[in-house]
Design a protein around this ligand. Structure first.
Ligand code: PSU
Ligand code: MN
Length: 308
């Protein structure tokens, strides 16, 4: 038997129609080292509360799918030995086997939608990897965005991916990609990727309007949408500076024969090493920035639903 549980705070918020923001946990288990991962997990929850919304960090702990975790559980996840990285393909597997793992963007979207949560904040989404024409490595995150109606706030996608191909797949699969407050599609550590985002919106009310309009067209079976929120200027590492680091890490991953779901965590850890921790500081800043925006969107979205 599989089981799902909601934290008290999240259950109460959902039952009374308060704004809730989902958070993923692969970023805790595989995206950042301890103790920075734990500090980040705590600070994003605090930022969401400060905006008047309730955070719901999603993870599988001993086979139970948690929608909202307690601080002690975040602490355990942040230090877990060999936790799994759970995407659509293996979420139910971990639950059936009583295992522990962080949920990716794809699996977090599934859980959020099941729980009735419409807004989700993360750092960066997975996408089409460089060399995908031979490796076929395309993240399940893109497929999930195409099918599951959750608004995902991210800082774009990392330039470890093939960004033009990633945007092409999102367009093909009917996923709106909206840059927030600028024309350019942001590239995670960098505010600009050199690519123009397909859509642009400049304020939270306009995003809530767009979400409501899509809900009205639900008969067409819409999936999610992506809000690409550039990292604050004070924290960014310009693309020019990141490019050489990324090239090197991607080359080394190929030489080491890294494949499958190890690719993204391996590259993240390697880039952190090469930049001497500078990339991590930017990573934390952009996740915090996304949590703040996601909370504001959730507040505007619930107000709109309530007819306010
Ligand atoms: N990108 C990041 N940091 C991350 C991830 C992606 O900048 O931690 C994680 C997210 O959980 C994302 C997952 O959903 O990696 C994508 O992995 P894959 O490419 O194997 O689908
Ligand atoms: Mn992959």
């Amino acid at each position: 038997m599989i089981s799902t549980t909601r934290s008290r705070e999240v259950a109460e918020a959902l039952e009374t129609g308060k704004p809730v923001v989902a958070l993923e946990s692969t970023i805790i288990t595989h995206g950042m080292p301890f103790p920075d991962n734990l500090a980040m997990a705590r600070s994003v929850e605090a930022l969401i509360r400060a905006e008047g919304a309730v955070p719901a960090t999603i993870a599988v702990i001993d086979g139970v799918l948690h929608i909202g975790i307690e601080d002690a559980q975040a602490e355990a996840l942040a230090q877990a030995k060999d936790p799994l990285k759970l995407s659509r393909a293996d979420l139910a597997f971990a639950m059936a086997r009583g295992l522990t793992g962080g949920t990716t963007v794809a699996a977090t979207m599934m859980a959020a939608h099941m729980a009735g949560i419409a807004v989700f904040a993360t750092g960066g989404i997975g996408g089409v990897h460089r060399g995908a024409e031979t490796s076929f490595d395309v993240s399940a995150d893109l497929e999930e965005l195409a099918r599951t109606p959750v608004t995902v706030v991210c800082a774009g996608a990392k330039a470890i991916l093939d960004l033009p191909k990633t945007l092409e797949i999102l367009e093909t699969r009917g996923v709106p990609v909206i840059a927030f407050g600028q024309d350019g599609f942001p590239a995670f550590w960098s505010r600009d990727s050199g690519l123009t985002a397909p859509l642009r919106l400049d304020d939270v009310a306009a995003i809530a309007e767009f979400m409501a309009a899509r809900t009205q067209l639900a008969a067409f079976g819409h999936g999610g949408m992506l809000i690409a929120n550039p990292v604050p200027a004070a924290d960014e590492i310009p693309l020019g500076e990141m490019s050489a680091v990324i090239e090197r890490a991607v080359r080394e991953a190929e030489e080491a024969g890294v494949s499958g779901k190890q690719v993204t965590p391996w590259l993240l850890a390697r880039i952190l090493d090469i930049t001497g921790g500078k990339s991590l500081k930017t990573n934390v800043a952009l996740v915090e920035n996304n949590a703040r925006l996601a909370a504001q969107i959730a507040v505007a979205h619930t107000a709109k639903q309530a007819g306010a």
